[in-house]
Structure formats: structure tokens, C-alpha cells
Design a protein around this ligand. Sequence first.
Ligand code: PLP
Length: 229
Amino acid sequence: MITENLNKVRDNIDVAKGHRDPDKQEDVLLVAVTKNHDIQAMREAIDAGITDIGENRIQEAKEKFETLDRQVTWHLIGHLQTNKAKQAVKIFDLIHSIDSLHLAEAVNNAASGINKIQKILVQVNLAQEESKFGIYEDDLKSLLYKVDEMSNLELMGLMCIAPNYDDVEECRPLFAKMYEIFKKVKEMDLKKSNIIYLSMGMTHDYQIAVEEGANIVRVGTGIFGPRQY
Ligand SMILES: *Cc1c(COP(=O)(O)O)cnc(C)c1O
């Protein structure tokens, strides 16, 4: 089932890529979101070609990280509390959810403690939803300049989570706006950052996200089915 689902998701991504402007033709990285799914499901996805997995809770990720007998790239996609930064830098290759100066500093310090350059994305709360994490657009540039100065962080781009609209087409203008912001960030005078990733799109909206320029999508349900809580 997982393999079939994965093939469907890959096909959908290819179709969506075909719909986008020629200036957006680049690879799309599929992150398989394995939160609330077990190691066996993870193995199955990896054996079907998944190279990147996403988790949103440190404790769950830690247990899986210690158990999983496969080589993969680990993405932290959920909110990170500063007091868990030390654990996060031990596990994750890319942290998508940096959303404040305070958190950036904590992760920088934690990474420094283990002599690591931690790759990160900054999460933007574009719809300015109070219920969601992420920095507001107005505060973005000043955070990026500060992150760029931090010796143990490598800033690689932006991430966003669209609101859960009934009509998924309502996400489109937001994703288009995110792509515009991403292009502007690429043109910022940053010293050591390497702005290449725009992480947006989940099961219900990843096709639209890809059409609008996402190059990382985070898909859980579409690959593994509904989560059991
Ligand atoms: C859970 C989660 C996803 C995947 O959600 P699905 O709807 O199952 O695809 C993607 N991104 C984030 C930040 C998540 O927390």
C-alpha cells in the first residue's frame, strides 16, 4: 500500500511540476512524514525509495532514530522548544521550524556544543494565524540577517504551513506569495547562507504548492494513510 501511495504522490508531483512556469523547473524533494507511524512503515517507505523523513516530536524522533536500521536524512518539521534544542541537533539534518531569534540562538548554541553546523529553515506564518507558529513577514528579514551571523547555523531557506482551508485553492495565493518572498530572500545580501529550499505543501495541498514553486513537500497521510492517535 505504501509503495502504491508513494508512486501516486510522485506522479502527482511530476504533473504539478509540468504545470509550473519554466523559471521554477527544479527538483522537488519529497519528505515522507512518519509521525505516528511505526518503524515498519518507515522501512517500507525507505525501501520504496524514500530518502528523507519528517518528524514533529523530539521524543518520538529520538526513539525512531535509535531504532531505525536504514540510512536517511532527518527533517524536524514541528515546533521546537528551546529546551529541546540539544536533542534536536543530535538527530536532525534539517530543522524546518526556526521561528524566533531566541530559538535560533538556542539551536546555534546546541550545535556549537557538538561541533556541528546545523542546517535550518525559517518558518513563516504568512496568514498570520495566531494558532500557528512561524515568524511574521514583517519580522523576517531582520531575523534572517541575525541567523546569517550565527556561526553554527546554515540558513537554507523558508518553510510555511498553509491554513486548513475548506477549498484548497485558497492556498494558492499564499504559496505564490511565499515564492515571491523566497526570491527576495535569495537576493538578500547574506554572507554565508545558502538559500535553496522552499518547504511548503502537505497531503491536501502539495500539488498546488509545487505548482507555485515549492521544492520540498512534506507528505504524511498521502503516503501512510490516516494517523491513529
Ligand atoms: C504532519 C505534518 C505534515 C504532514 O501532514 P499530512 O497532512 O499527513 O501530509 C506536514 N508538515 C507538518 C509541519 C506537519 O506537522
